[in-house]
Structures are given as C-alpha cells and as structure tokens.
Write a protein that binds this ligand. Structure first.
Ligand code: C2O
Ligand code: CU
Ligand code: CU
Length: 630
C-alpha cells in the first residue's frame, strides 16, 4: 500500500511565477535605467534607485528559483512602498532632495514602471495565499497563461527603459568654462556703449483672457505690441515676468545682435523666473522686418501667444506712403492676422503701400509654410527676412511661401479701383476636409482676410493654380561677397526623422547628421570665416532652418544656383527632399542656435549650436536649471 506523499513545499504554478518575476524584473530595469539621471540630480536619489533596482532583480530571480510565501509577502510590501513613494513624489513631493516638497513631472518611464508594479501586486497576493491545485498543466496552457503578463512586461520595459535612457537632460552646457583655459563668457558680449537715441519699452509677460481662452501675452495682447523704431536707435526693452513660468525674449533676425541679448534660455541667459525682470539692450543698424518671441520652452510659449513684430524703419522714415505689418499667427479658429480674422488697412488709390508679412503660424508636423497671394495690384517683393532684394520686378498674383519665422515685404501702388486683398492660400489648405465643407456652407472658416483700401475687391482667381514665387530667380544679380567667397569651412547638415525615444518620451525624433539635440555636435567657427552649410532634407516635411545672430546667403537649391538678386536671410525654407547650400560670414562672436523654426521639430531634436572658438557660457540647459530653450 502506498502512502500519499505530502509535498514539503507547494509551488505556485509556473505561469504565475514567471509572470510575477517578469513584472518585477521590468521595474528593476527601469529603476536602474533612471539611476544615472538621478545621481546627477542628487546622489541619495541615485543610490535609492540602484538599491530598488537591485532588490527587485534579486526578488525576481528568487521567485523563479526559490519561491516562498514569505518572499511574495516581502515583494508585495516592498512594491507597495515604492508605489506609495512614487505617488507622493508626483503629488505633494518628497521632503528631501534638491527641490524638497515640489511635485515632479509624470513621465513615460514612471508610468510604465508603476503600471507593472500595480499589476504585479495581485499576482504576489495569489502566489502567497492561494493554495496551488496539485495538478500538472499542459505546457501549452502554461505558456498561454503566462502570455499576458509577459507581453505587458516586455512592452512596458521596452518603453520604460527606452524613455528613461533618453531622458530630458538634467544639466547640459553647450560651451562650459574650462578651468585654466581662457575664454570669453557670453555675458560679456553686450552692446558697446554709445550715444544713439534710446528707445525704451517695457514688455510685461502675463496671462490674459483672449477670445475665451487663457493666452500668454506681452502686455495683454496677442501679438504683443509692435515695436517700431528707427535705424540707428538703441533699443532698451525690459521684460517683466508675471507668468507662472520662467521666460525670455529672443530678437529674431536682428543682424549683429550681441549674443548676451539673444534671449536663449540656458545658452545666453538664465530664463527670467516669475516675478523677476530683465533688460535687453542693442542697437539696430539695419532697417527691416524682424520679430521677437520667447526662447524658453519656445514651442509652447510661442503657441500660447508670446511673440510680436519688431520693425526697424530706415533713417528718415518709411519709404512708402503706408507701411503696415501683417503678422500671421495661430488664432482661436485657424490662422489670424494681427490678432483678428478680418484686418482692414487704409490706403487711397495711387498711394504706395508696404506690407511686412511675418509668419508666426505654428504649422502641423509637415511644417507647411503660409503662402499669401496679393490680389488686385502688381507688386514687388522688396525684402526677405528684413534684407532688401536687388532690383525686384513687378509680379502678378503668385503664392509666396513663407516658412514659420520668415518675413516678406511686399510693395505696391494702390489701383484706381481702390482695393487690394491679401489671401493666405496655405490657410485655405489648413481648412481642408471637414473644415472646407463647413466653409462651403458658412463662408470662410479659419481664413484671415486682409483688405487694403475701400473699393471694389478683386475677385479671386483659382488660387491652387497660381504660380509659386521663387526667390532664387527673382530680381537682378548683384555681387554677394559671402556667396562668392572661397569658404573656410563646409559642413553637411542632413535632416532625418524617425519614431524613437527623446526627452523622456516617444516622439517622431528629428535628427541632424544622425543625432538629436542636445547630442548634435556643435559646429565650431572662428571670427572672419566664411562657413558653408550643405543642408539636405531627407524628410517629407518643410524645415525653415533659422540661424541666430547671422545672415545666410543662399547659394543654390538642388544644385541650381541663385540667378537673380542675392538672397540673404536668417531662415531658409528647405522643402521636402530639397538640398540647399548657404554660406554665412562669421562676424558676430557668440554661441548661436541653428534650428528648425517648426518648433515641434526643434523640440523633437532638430536643433544645434554654432559656437565661436573661445566663447563659453555659465548657463546650462536641462531640468536642473529649468532652462529649456526649445
Ligand atoms: Cu525665432 Cu531660435 O528663433
Ligand atoms: Cu532667431
Ligand atoms: Cu523642421
């Protein structure tokens, strides 16, 4: 007669053990992956994450090798503790560390980790308390039973460790001061003193209610006030920050801007905290159409409303009878212009009119430019990005592609009929699909209308069939010493994109030469050099590439050289799969951003820095300083 064998130790089923172990190893991997970041922040935090990761790894191994009730009880208690600590850090904040009692941001890695931990808790409970049934299960059933926990653990561990490994930098300095190595700090690169006439402005950044929404404004309006000054003036602008976040002002396109006034958080300054202020000062020697905007958390602060026009009139005043700025930007419903959807500008027949078109519209992921068309008068494109074109001829209706950040000045004489319109054909494209159906039923939706003069408005031709303005073959050729100089250096700038991990999340990562910011190596230049950039767009998107503090001369597009007027700009609109060659004279020492002005692309990695040798910055970017220039 056989005596029944009582097992000395009852093992929970293999599927349960395997699932519990994987859901413990996953968080362990994520905790180890975030440890380096936390060491940079605060050493005890780093140690905590290493210890948590190591303990979880050991527990996972023990669950497979020597499972016991006591082990699962301990694992459950430990996991509960970690989850509780996590919830505390994201709500009230933990009472220790560099920023005690300040809640931290919720990220991809911690969501993945906490999800696994929460799912593991009931598994631990079952393993500890349920009596296993003493029957053998078919191996296929075991695999099937383990599949959900396995899939969950593998997917979340992949996302969690991937985003943790590509976390937002804690601290990053583009050009640190190296002890023993002489360098000039960006702080010293200010405007030289002089006796130019001073024009003082105060821009108070504050939240204001506009169109039923909370906007971030300069002085309560979107756009901010137009700053209109005269060539040779000394601008003194005080930024007063009444926003809930830190902010800066960047002076987009102003030639010769001293680097200390460039307004880039973490490179040329510490972002101005709430309740503080800062004064920018520089001399404007070049008349033209420029604009200003925040360069802290730029993609969201511009979208919230922190931008405005800066117009430098020539000495002796405007050269036309009427001189207007037409600033295109995102409105509450589609594209707006100067804060309205219906802009009417006064002009009488025979008067000469200048329209300074500025594109501040944040486009979608494809980066599509705005494309205004002037109807009712022949006109000339007299300047791009505030720089005059040579010998511009009169044009009929043509779509002028203006990428985000770019400007175009149009000049025309008011016709006898009395009225002219500017139609933004790209914003018609914005309102395709559902919106165009609504537009057909209820009139234009999301289209800004700009009319000049009172008279019979010109009828619109079929806008889609209109020719596109080509700046490379317009106006009259003239010498451009920067374009023709033998370059001292040439650099490829290859733009690509693919989904991946960046800044602690899953993004359509944008890369320059295979790297995304802040890992794109800076280009080092020396004062006096002529530097060529060979920009290759390997994407199907538009990339208006903007260089701070300098003027780029366009050499060619897709190998075909400029045949008309020299094209000198601060932003080149590189279309899908196009290649542009440009050159700039390194005539303004400093540390300068070079980035796509589709600010989503910039935030997703498409930004780098062009640094003069011998310049350093005391400022850093990253979560520690709070300076996030993109
Ligand atoms: Cu208009 Cu770096 O910006
Ligand atoms: Cu700029
Ligand atoms: Cu881009």
């Amino acid at each position: 007669m056989e005596t029944p064998v009582r097992p000395t130790r009852q093992r929970p089923g293999p599927a349960l053990l395997f699932g519990a172990a994987l859901l413990t190893a996953g968080p362990a991997a994520i905790h180890l992956a975030v440890a380096p970041m936390h060491f940079q922040e605060y050493v005890p935090f780093g140690l905590f994450f290493v210890a948590a990761g190591a303990l979880q790894l050991a527990a996972a191994a023990a669950m497979l090798a020597r499972p016991s009730r006591r082990l699962f009880l301990a694992a459950g208690a430990g996991t509960l503790g970690i989850v509780a600590l996590y919830l505390l850090s994201r709500t009230a904040g933990v009472p220790v560390g560099p920023r005690p009692d300040r809640p931290e941001m919720v990220g991809f890695a911690d969501i993945a980790c906490t999800t696994m931990e929460l799912v593991s808790l009931p598994l631990f409970a079952v393993a500890a308390f349920r009596r296993p049934r003493p029957r053998r299960r078919h191996p296929v059933r075991v695999v099937l039973a383990a599949a959900p926990a396995t899939l969950l653990a593998v997917a979340l561990t992949y996302v969690g460790t991937g985003t943790a490994g590509a976390g937002m930098p804690v601290a990053y300095n583009v050009a640190p001061i190296v002890p023993g190595q002489p360098s000039t700090s960006v702080d010293l690169l200010t405007a030289a003193p002089g006796d130019e006439p001073v024009r003082s402005f105060t821009l108070t950044a504050r939240v204001a209610r506009i169109g039923g929404q909370n906007a971030w404004t300069y002085g309560g309006t979107v756009p901010g006030p137009e700053l209109r000054v005269t060539q040779g003036d000394r601008l003194r602008v005080t930024l007063v920050n009444h926003l809930p976040e830190s902010t800066t002002i960047h002076w987009h396109g102003v030639p010769g801007l001293p680097d200390a006034e460039d307004g880039v958080a973490g490179i040329t300054q510490q972002a101005v905290p709430p309740g503080h202020s800062m004064t920018y000062e520089f001399v404007v020697n070049d008349p033209g159409t420029y604009w200003y905007h925040s360069h802290q958390d730029t993609s969201s602060q511009i979208a919230k409303g922190l931008f405005g026009a800066l117009v430098v009139e020539p000495k002796g005043g405007p050269t036309e009878d009427r001189d207007y700025t037409v600033l295109l930007h995102n409105g509450t419903a589609g594209v707006a212009v100067n804060g309205t959807s219906n802009l009417h500008l006064a002009a009488r027949p025979g008067e000469r009119v200048r329209l300074r078109v500025v594109n501040a519209v944040a486009p979608g992921m494809d980066g599509t430019p705005e494309a205004p068309v002037l109807l009712g008068a022949a006109y000339r494109v007299v300047a791009l990005d505030g720089r005059d074109l040579n010998g511009p001829q009169e044009l009929g209706p043509e779509r002028i592609a203006i990428g985000m950040g770019q400007r175009a000045d149009l000049v025309f004489t008011m016709p006898a009929s009395g009225a002219v319109r500017l139609v933004d054909t790209e914003s018609q494209a914005h309102s395709s699909g559902v919106q165009s159906a609504i537009a057909a039923a209820a009139g234009p939706v999301g289209l800004p209308s700009v009319t000049v003069g009172d008279g019979v408005l010109p009828a619109s031709p079929r806008l889609a069939g209109l020719p596109a303005f080509d700046p490379l073959h317009y106006g009259m050729a003239a010498p451009d010493p920067v374009a023709t100089a033998r370059p001292d250096a040439s650099h490829p700038i290859v733009l690509t994109e693919q989904p991946g991990f960046h800044d602690g999340s899953i993004q359509l990562v944008h890369e320059i030469n295979g790297k995304s910011s802040p890992d794109v190596p800076a280009i080092t230049v020396h004062e006096g050099q002529v530097v060529r950039l060979h920009i290759v767009n390997d994407t199907t998107e538009y990339h208006p590439m903007h260089l701070h503090g300098h003027t780029m001369s366009v050499l060619s597009r897709d190998g075909r050289p400029v045949t008309g007027s020299p094209v000198r700009v601060d932003t080149v609109l590189v279309g899908p799969h196009e290649t542009w060659d440009v050159a700039f004279l390194a005539d303004n020492p400093g540390l300068w951003m070079f980035h796509c002005h589709v600010l989503l692309h910039a935030a997703f990695g498409l930004t780098m820095s062009i640094d003069y040798a011998g310049i350093s910055t005391p400022y850093e970017m990253g979560t520690r300083s709070g300076n996030l220039p993109e």
